[in-house]
Design a binder for this molecule. Structure first.
Ligand SMILES: C[S@@+](CC[C@H](N)C(=O)[O-])C[C@H]1O[C@@H](n2cnc3c(N)ncnc32)[C@H](O)[C@@H]1O
Length: 358
């Protein structure tokens, strides 16, 4: 592999991760960097920690993830490169015309990938798109879809277990494919591609909703709200509650806002890394935490959510968490809450109700 523009850069995962999962740059990033045209006007899509952003410091940076933006800022600053502000996009904003090349890190869901390709191809139909990911994360059916839906498609050889594809002329759908379902409480819920559980109500979230006792007034925060299922159900059951929902994903925020409108409910929604953008305290926080970041399985985001939830609760407030039983959350919760009760005997999920420290 030739010397890459990232070889001399300092890259860190931000917020920091333990060594065994911390990988701010991988072989798929290197493959994209080595294959890109340095002179082309670029859009970089889904750069998780900023390896690509630092390699091409004038590129436009596109991500739906708030924590990815925090990572770019951290690593650009670390390397004394220009800040990302003023050249960032999400899948919801318009892409500048004139893009010649797109570098795209493959997401976890095919509908999200197609949605991003639709958006970028509608804005920059002439652009060449380079897609990369680790080979084990890219099913053959996805490759067939890319080939069938493009005017020009080239699959390059696998390098250091990473795959790279070059694509031109993606046949874009004109509108995003919203997915919808009816919730157990009779709400009509929709979700943009890539948003958690967009096609049906998550069974763990339903269990939490069946068990939680909501205050009838005061403030509730839905931490990691997805399409807003927990927040909107609370708002419909307890209309005097003030409800705030937050999520890392711009597409989730857009979906939750859309669902508040379509169900005629009042909800404040913020894009936030855990509670970074929520200054308010709450009487109750509901949380079905993520246990993945991209393809990595980890408890670090949940651990940060619990730490920040403890700091955002009013004196008698409680955090209600639902999670797969096998996840080791009990010791994490006990670090921050004087009382942690397990209130479900469900075979698959645990529901914890936690009271804050003295
Ligand atoms: C298991 S889903 C739960 C979604 C929704 N509450 C539900 O019950 O259907 C976890 C959510 O956490 C969000 N998330 C992941 N990392 C986050 C972070 N650092 N800060 C805030 N939200 C995050 C994900 O985007 C996802 O929507």
């Amino acid at each position: 592999m030739p010397t890459l523009p990232t070889d001399n850069l300092l890259l860190e995962c931000f917020p920091p991760l333990p060594d065994h999962v911390a990988l701010p740059r991988d072989a798929a990033d290197d493959y994209l960097i080595a294959s890109a045209d340095p002179a082309a006007a670029k859009v970089i899509i889904n750069d998780r920690f900023g390896a690509l952003a630092c390699a091409f410091p004038s590129a436009t940076l596109w991500s739906d993830s708030f924590s990815a933006r925090r990572s770019w800022d951290h690593n650009l600053t670390l390397n004394q490169l220009p800040p990302a502000a003023g050249r960032t996009l999400t899948s919801l904003t318009e892409t500048a015309a004139g893009t010649q090349q797109v570098l795209l890190r493959m997401p976890k869901a095919l509908d999200q990938l197609c949605h991003w390709l639709d958006r970028i191809s509608n804005a920059a139909p002439e652009a060449e798109i380079l897609l990369a990911g680790m080979a084990k994360h890219i099913p053959v059916s996805w490759l067939k879809r890319l080939q069938q839906n493009s005017a020009g498609y080239q699959q390059l050889r696998i390098e250091r277990k990473a795959r790279l594809m070059r694509l031109r002329g993606w046949q874009a759908a004109p509108r995003p494919a919203w997915r919808s379902y009816g919730s157990g409480d009779g709400l009509h819920l929709s979700a943009l591609p890539g948003v958690f559980s967009g096609e049906k109500e998550d069974a763990a979230s339903r269990l939490l909703l069946d068990l939680v006792v909501l205050p009838q007034s005061g403030r509730l925060i839905d931490l990691g709200c997805g399409n807003g299922l927990l927040a909107l159900t609370a708002a419909s059951r307890a209309p005097a509650l003030t409800v705030i929902a937050c999520d890392d994903s711009a597409a989730a925020v857009e979906s939750a806002e859309y669902n508040a409108r379509q169900n005629d409910l009042t909800l404040t929604v913020r894009q936030s890394d855990c509670l970074s953008e929520v200054a308010e305290t709450a009487d109750i926080i509901l949380c079905n935490p993520p246990f993945h970041d991209g393809h990595r399985q980890l408890t670090d985001i949940a651990a940060r959510m619990f730490t920040e939830a403890a700091q955002h609760l009013n004196q008698d407030g409680c955090l209600a968490v639902v999670a797969n039983r096998h996840l080791p959350y009990l010791p994490l919760l006990r670090q921050h809450f004087r009382e942690v009760k397990t209130v479900s005997s469900h075979p698959k999920f645990s529901v914890y109700v936690c009271r804050r420290p003295e």
